[in-house]
Design a protein around this ligand. Structure first.
Ligand code: ATP
Ligand code: MN
Length: 474
């Protein structure tokens, strides 16, 4: 039986077998056993006089055990029930001289180097259970609303996705690729007969499916070869990209807000024990920071705040006005001072809006066309596009989305102005030729959502095996 289930049982001396890993073994008597099913350990009480020495010496942190016994009310504090052990089998020993995860506080940096074992710690197991629940919450939200799950390609032949630097996919010999007369690599010899890359977004393909299935979403791996060594960027991350026919930007913002609230409510309802633990961990970490850098709210408080309050919605133009009037701008405390309309917002500006000015999630919309992608719908003013970004406290941008340009001539003009080869996008333009409709969508970076829900400061700690510049171990 799994420990999560055992801990729900009334202790009636019932016989049980439980299998898991030793977290600690105290006083030659108390094993804290964990099987990953929940945060709590099951206390297993050993009679060391009845237990062979060969078994006892292998009950060490990290060892795998199968334990048979009966469930009673616990004599000690700290737990309601405990297992009185009758028989122990050591399934897999763990040499205590070598097992790196000891029952003490390890730094997250240290644990990243032991990423194959870190899920055996309380923090990482809690984070990964919450991650799993969030991903179920994502599917549930969309499936309940009649959206279809589509799988867009991971290897892409289009270099117009435009969202970031790409990783090349090739079977050419890196030492001696065939070249043409001009010395350029001849990709006609490559596996696909053309240049291919790992996808930076499934949006363009998702749009084709929205214009046939109606409402669709993707949820898959995404790759960006940008050299961003931040606590919010991975080279490989998971993105959720819904795309909806007949939605305008307003509908899009409403859906994004409902979506985020729904998945967070889902983990509040289903991950209580893990979230309470992560809330305490978060509070301790905040305590160790200087006063001004501490989060104003606790983890659970932050999640509830997001679920219960309306997101602030302001246009880019209003945001620029607020930023221009702000103290850090006037005192030139921003690294990038906002002086003109049209400036791209840096994360310091986003953080100011979200953490200082509004102290709430903010949806910014109607950005200057110049700083946004070619596919976003042009507004009447001919200056701004129907883009929207959702900014979160402590995270920054969590969602980027837009209403898409559905007018063929306007889109062609934009593509030209941006210097993109129209031929590359023939199939995308076809959507505007045959039964084009207003439509919208957005992309949410799943790991940033997991960061928000778990209070983990570094994105490397919310994905099992992070890929970042100079690091693809495991
Ligand atoms: P940022 O400005 O933070 O780099 P972006 O503008 O590149 O984000 P989009 O291209 O709009 O982001 O991608 C949609 C979403 O994917 C973002 O809102 C964010 O949640 C997530 N995201 C983008 N890049 C990364 C990354 N390198 N690692 C993890 N998540 C990312
Ligand atoms: Mn980016």
């Amino acid at each position: 039986m799994k420990i999560a289930e055992i801990l729900q049982q009334a202790p009636n001396q019932q016989q049980l077998t439980v299998k898991g890993w030793v977290r600690t073994f105290r006083a030659n008597r108390f094993i804290a056993l964990n099987d990953g099913s929940c945060l709590s350990n099951l206390q297993c009480v050993v009679d060391f006089e009845q237990t062979p020495e060969t078994v006892l010496k292998n009950i060490t942190t990290g060892a795998a055990l199968a334990v048979k016994g009966y469930l009673t009310e616990s004599q000690g504090k700290g737990q309601k029930v405990e297992l009185i052990v009758e028989e122990i089998t050591v399934v897999g020993a763990a040499d205590p001289e070598q097992y790196p995860i000891q029952p003490k506080k390890h730094s997250f940096e240290f644990l990243r180097e032991k990423a194959h074992l870190r899920v055996r710690t309380a923090t990482f197991s809690a984070v990964m259970r919450v991650r799993s629940a969030l991903s179920f919450g994502v599917h549930r939200f969309f499936q309940d609303r009649g959206f279809f799950y589509v799988n867009t390609p991971i290897i892409t032949g289009s270099d117009a996705e435009g969202a970031g630097e790409m990783f090349r996919v090739t079977t050419l010999d890196p030492k001696q690729p065939k070249t043409d007369e001009a010395g350029a690599v001849d990709y006609s010899e490559d596996f696909f007969g053309k240049e291919t890359n790992l996808t930076v977004s499934g949006q363009l393909e998702a749009e084709t499916y929205a214009l046939g299935l109606g409402d669709v979403y993707t949820f898959g791996p995404t790759f960006r070869a940008e050299n961003s060594n931040t606590t919010r960027h991975l080279a490989e991350f998971w993105m959720i990209e819904p795309e909806m026919a007949f939605y305008d930007l307003e509908d899009n913002m409403n859906l994004a807000e409902d979506f985020i609230k729904s998945v967070l409510q889902y983990v509040l309802d289903n991950c209580k024990e893990d979230l309470v633990f992560l809330d305490e961990r978060f509070a301790k970490e905040e305590q160790s920071k200087p006063q001004q850098q501490r989060s104003k709210m606790g983890l659970l408080e932050k999640i509830r705040f997001v679920v219960e309050n309306e997101f602030v919605r302001i246009s880019y133009t209003e945001a620029i006005e607020i930023l221009q009037q702000s103290k850090p701008n006037k005192k030139k405390k921003f690294q990038y001072v906002i002086d003109v309309w049209g400036a791209d917002l840096q994360s310091e500006h986003e953080r100011y809006l979200v953490e200082q000015h509004f102290n709430a999630p903010v949806i910014l919309f109607d950005y200057p066309a110049k700083i946004k992608a070619f596919y976003m719908r042009m507004n009447e003013d001919q200056k701004t596009v129907r883009a929207m970004d959702i900014l979160f406290p402590g995270i920054g941008e969590i969602v980027g989305g837009s209403q898409r340009e559905e007018r063929l001539d306007v889109l062609q003009e934009r593509i030209k102005a941006m210097g993109i080869d129209e031929k590359e996008l023939w199939w995308y333009l076809d959507l505007r030729r045959f039964g084009s409709v207003p439509h919208s969508g957005f992309g949410l970076g799943f790991e940033r959502l997991v960061q928000f829900a778990t209070g983990m400061g570094n994105i490397r700690d919310v994905i099992p095996f992070p890929r970042t510049p100079q690091n693809a171990s495991f």
